[in-house]
Design a protein around this ligand. Sequence first.
Ligand code: URA
Length: 432
Amino acid sequence: MVPQWLIEKKRDGNVLSDDEIRTFIAGYTDGSIPDYQMSAMAMAIFFQGMTPQEIAVLTDAMMRSGDLVTFENWPRPTADKHSTGGIGDKLSLMIAPLAAAAGLAVPMISGRGLGITGGTLDKLETIPGYDTRLSIDEFKRVIDKTGCSIIGQTGSLAPADKKLYALRDVTGTVPSIPLITASIMSKKLAEGADTLIFDVKCGRAAFMKTESDAVALAGSLINVGRALGRKTGAIITNMDQPLGRTVGNAVEVIEAIDTLKGAGPVDTRLLTIELTALMTVLGGIYPAMDIARERLTELLDNGAALNCFKQMVEEQRGDCAVIDDYQKFAQPGATLEIKADAAGFVQDVDAEAIGRVVLQLGGGRQKTDDVIDPAAGVDSLVQQGDVVEPGGILMRLHAKSDALVAAASARAAILINETPPPERQLIIRKMY
Ligand code: URA
């Protein structure tokens, strides 16, 4: 099969056969198809799109480019959740142990933050000692013992995606639904979970800015999951405003622990329960969403989910003392309160602007090899609809030495008005 003929076929809007896609990806993975031909193919896909069958085969070929984690004859149903990434999105930290407490096995392989979007691994690594680099055997041992484990990408899972994602990044071919679908799904499917739930973020701080794009991506993820024999569902959630009242690394883990203790902000708790309910219903633990919501609320409030989190941290060599004593997290060198100058209702909290504030404070990375400050970030953040008085705290900034650098942008991210804002629609659409 001549690679340029396949590029031409896709360029001219034709459908590639299963065999042609598999051969192309195999050639790219083993190096016999060079980057320049893969770039041309990615651009042809970008403009011509792919049929659902082509996307499913592309995903399957990329998934099979490396090792596959398997859970055959496992005592519990397996399930995982994936988020397309947002500001203050600490949901994985609660969802994995809550789903485990309900009886699922949760193999979760997560990523690091880049740009304004945070990463679950960076958050977990603020727990002193927590090891995100387990071998696949150790990963499975922790899941068997505690019901869940959260680790980082291993180079051996979906290596074709690793190569292709780096190439897309520099060839203008990232925002293509077939390529995004195959990228996300090849990694998730290689983890081996039977049920996959997607939290597709939509809004100004999300990858997908409009509802129609978010729906298209969610639909594509669901189609591929089902075509490859998994139970899949998605919830489209609002990412115009940050989730919860913290954005950063240690501060988000603290908020997650608060939520696991039965407290936490209303939006964070609501999405934790909703997404886990979908996981547990599709995973066969509960027969219906309303029953699932009720049971999961109990498991959050009675400490069962917190207990699973504690066990996972312990098994991954983290210091569980942080759960009862937040002073054991790295502490910021400087803290600054941003205050309201007038009374009113919080109309808007610009998630994208808050993401940039956290970057300025040192809590995020611009390049993949940047080192982050675990204590940097924002807490006590107001939310849309909150009432503030003159001098009331809008947020607290934490940094290594100088929090003033972000003070002006932090203040500009909050809009206060005399009239109450419309109610925030957190869940935009459910697709299952
Ligand atoms: N996340 C991924 O893993 N891949 C993409 O292509 C986009 C977002």
